[in-house]
Design a protein around this ligand. Structure first.
Ligand SMILES: Cc1ncc(COP(=O)(O)O)c(C=O)c1O
Length: 469
């Protein structure tokens, strides 16, 4: 019998200093921004999303500093889909970020947050006509994704006195992962040039920008070096064909946070590049490739997860303690050859398990990433691999297969981190209500930024036909 191959990984069990009693101290997280986790849950319930305002601002300032010290004209655009809770968006807007949206809903949210149309970058593969009409009227930066959208736009602004400035999205091979060819036009095989020719036949449109979002959680800054070089060369080529002038290059987002991918060999502290490394890759490449006699184009960045992920925590409570039977491949093989008994198999392969009051409906990103899970109180015993189940009545609801955790008991709290990117916006109301979200602000202030859902909220849009009442 052939056993399936599993890639090896190294997982550090942070045990802390050992002592003569052979007890370690497990790392723990009893406070967030100086506010006690116990107080937070007592006040706002469990589970609870917590965002640190200070961490949001620090991440923005670090990223902005890294780029603006290397490049004269940089503008960040907050990627709404990463986390569009208004309080989070407004922190970034206060810091100077404009908005990047990918739907009419997100566009409305950005306007509601006080962002004028001309400070909204409108992306996405599906822009509805009424949304495009609004974006055109309000002077938003429309980044065209596909030929149908280009033709729709062309017909919507036919006869306009002034041509409508547009950008187009390009996908590029950077030698690494699969190209995100779902979005935009191919910049490697001549498709973009065809599109530029098409735009040149439409006097009502004017190409002024190129956009490329290579992908997400890019751990190798060199991919940006390659993409930036190609984008400059496409910009210059488009201008040589008669388009432009190209006023801006948009390098999208994709910078990594300190999350850890499943099967990621190195820990985040070693694997995640600094913002300076990303900034160097992008800014130095554009500066070197752009004609020296011309002013550099404006540089837009739509970084999402790298700004918000590390600022987000999910507090959850242990609701049950269990043992989990593991399917150890060696034992399973022995079982197939009749060399062991089911009882022996079960006895030799079980591990500690916990059930939490939060499930994968709140932590969608656990499909790809392993959040750190820390007890909310100091624990003296050593951590052991522990399966962390969610609270949903579904077998797939596993938050971590093997989190290093000390023995915990029902009623204990744990803190998951980093979870600020994509989890809240992709969370769904399923089986349970979605939890409250709070923001911790300087001076140990705690603000509710989204209330816990209730029956009234969940049922608000439902209707019961008369005969079923
Ligand atoms: C066009 C665009 N810009 C920005 C982002 C933000 O990406 P990230 O959160 O990886 O920085 C995304 C995410 O997929 C995107 O599609």
């Amino acid at each position: 019998m052939r056993l399936p191959y599993t890639r090896p990984t190294v997982q550090r069990l942070n045990q802390g200093p050992v002592n003569p009693f052979r007890l370690g101290t497990s790392p723990s997280c009893s406070e967030i921004d100086g506010v006690s986790v116990a107080d937070l849950t007592r006040e706002h319930g469990s589970p609870l999303f917590v965002y640190s305002e200070t961490a949001l601002r620090d991440a923005y300032r670090d990223a902005h500093r890294a780029f603006s010290r290397r490049y004269p004209d940089v503008q960040f655009a907050w990627s709404y889909k990463t986390n569009y809770m208004n309080a989070v968006c407004r922190v970034f807007h206060q810091e100077g970020s404009i908005a990047e949206v990918v739907s009419g809903f997100e566009y409305e949210k950005a306007r509601h947050n006080g962002i004028p149309g001309h400070n909204i970058i409108f992306n996405g593969p599906h822009k509805e006509k009424p949304d495009l009409e609004r974006a055109i009227a309000e002077g938003a930066m429309i980044q065209v994704d596909n030929i149908d959208e280009l033709l729709t736009l062309g017909s919507m602004v036919k006869g306009r006195a002034e041509p409508l400035p547009i950008a187009v999205r390009v996908h590029l091979s950077t030698g690494g992962q699969q190209v995100w060819s779902k979005f935009g036009f191919n910049g490697d095989d001549g498709e973009l040039q065809q599109v530029v020719r098409r735009i040149l036949t439409m006097p009502q449109l004017k190409l002024i920008g190129l956009h490329c979002h290579v992908g997400t959680f890019i751990l190798d800054p060199d991919w940006y070096r390659i993409a930036a070089k190609k984008l400059v060369s496409l910009a210059l080529e488009s201008e040589a064909m008669g388009a432009g002038p190209i006023r801006y290059l948009n390098m999208g987002g994709g910078f990594a946070s300190h999350a850890r991918l499943h099967y990621q060999y190195l820990p985040p502290e070693q694997a995640t590049p600094t913002m300076d490394r990303y900034a160097e890759a992008i800014c130095d490449t554009i500066t070197a490739a752009w004609p020296s006699e011309r002013a550099l184009p404006k540089l837009y960045l739509e970084t999402g997860r790298a700004l918000v992920d590390d600022a987000g925590y999910l507090i959850s409570s242990v609701v049950a303690v269990k043992k989990r039977v593991l399917h150890d491949p060696v034992q399973t093989a022995m079982m197939a050859y009749g060399k062991t008994t089911p009882a022996a198999l079960a006895a030799t392969s079980s591990q500690n398990a916990l059930v939490l009051d939060a499930g994968i409906n709140l932590m969608y990103t656990t499909t790809w990433y392993q959040p750190r899970i820390l007890p909310a109180r100091p624990c003296l015993d050593a951590p052991t691999p522990t399966t962390v189940f969610g609270c949903l009545c579904m077998n797939i609801d596993v938050l971590r297969e093997d989190a290093p955790l000390p023995a915990l008991t029902t009623g204990d709290q744990v803190v998951m981190h980093p979870v600020g990117a994509y989890n809240q916006t992709q969370s769904m109301q399923f089986i349970t209500y979605r939890p409250a979200c709070v923001m911790t602000s300087p001076g140990r202030q705690v603000h509710v930024i989204r209330k816990r859902e209730n029956l009234e909220y969940v049922q608000e849009l439902e209707a019961v036909p008369e005969h079923l009442k």
